[in-house]
Every structure is written in C-alpha cells, then in structure tokens.
Design a protein. Sequence first.
Length: 171
Amino acid sequence: MAVYFAGALSDRKTAFHFCGKRSSRSKPKGKHVGLSVATTKGGSSELLGQLIRYGLTGGFVTALGIGVYLLAAIVWNVAPLLANVLAYAVCVAVGYVIHSRWSFKGHGSRENLARTTSRFFIVSLVSFGLNSLFVWLLTGPIGGPDWWPTIPMLFVTPLVTFALNRRWVFS
C-alpha cells in the first residue's frame, strides 16, 4: 500500500518515501524514518504548503464529520449508516469550499468549475464509500461499538482523498 501512495502523491519534482522505500524518480538524502519528502528545486514549498493546508482543513472536516456521525449515531440513536450519510452531506459542502479556496489554492486550473466540482463530488463519493464500508464492517459483521469506524475514517480516508484531490480534482 505504501508504494501505491508513493506513486499517487508524487509529481515530477517530488517523491514520497515510506519507511525508506524509494520511487524510481528520485534519490533521497539522509536517513528516512516514516514519511519523508525528497525534492528537486521548486517542488517542495508548493507541495509542503498544500500538505499543511490539507492537513488542517482535512483535520477540521474529518473532526466535523466524526462529530456529526457520533452525535447522530450515539446521542440521537440514528442507525450508523444513516448517521454516516448525514456526516457525509455536511462534510462535502464544507470540504469543497475550504479545499478549493484554501488547501489547493494556486494549484492547477480553476477555469472549468463544472469539471472541478464534479470531480470533487466523485472523490467525495469514494470517501463516502470507504467510510460506509468501515461503518458497515466494523459495526455490522464484526459487531464492534459505533465509535470503531472513526479510526480508519481518521487515518485511511484522508490519505486516499488527498491523493485523488491533488492528482485529479485540483490538478
């Protein structure tokens, strides 16, 4: 899985390396523990800024979604999958506005608003599908408590959506 994300997140100027594994596009310098970024001139500041902005925005939107999900599922006793639908609707609206205006500011073209919006919605459906899978699997067949799906919602889904947003939606 690490190799997939390395390819999905890298561009011609930057390559991501997980646990010391390298892509064929660059040769990183120094020791590598966890996630590192190897760059050539010009690629690091834009990507680093996007990662930071995406992390802050994504963290906020993810926390908002988890909050809406937990409020609906636990406090209001809404069925977990329906609570996930409610959280998804709130997060798509908030996420599009913040990501398009701030997270990926200055990256790619915004000339075709219909294309960007429809692609963002498709990526949001992927996110919704992943989160629904986590909710169904962890609260259904596995029989875990309603809060269990929040773990992969927090750590898996954001990585997938960042890669898709950077390389396809806001490219």
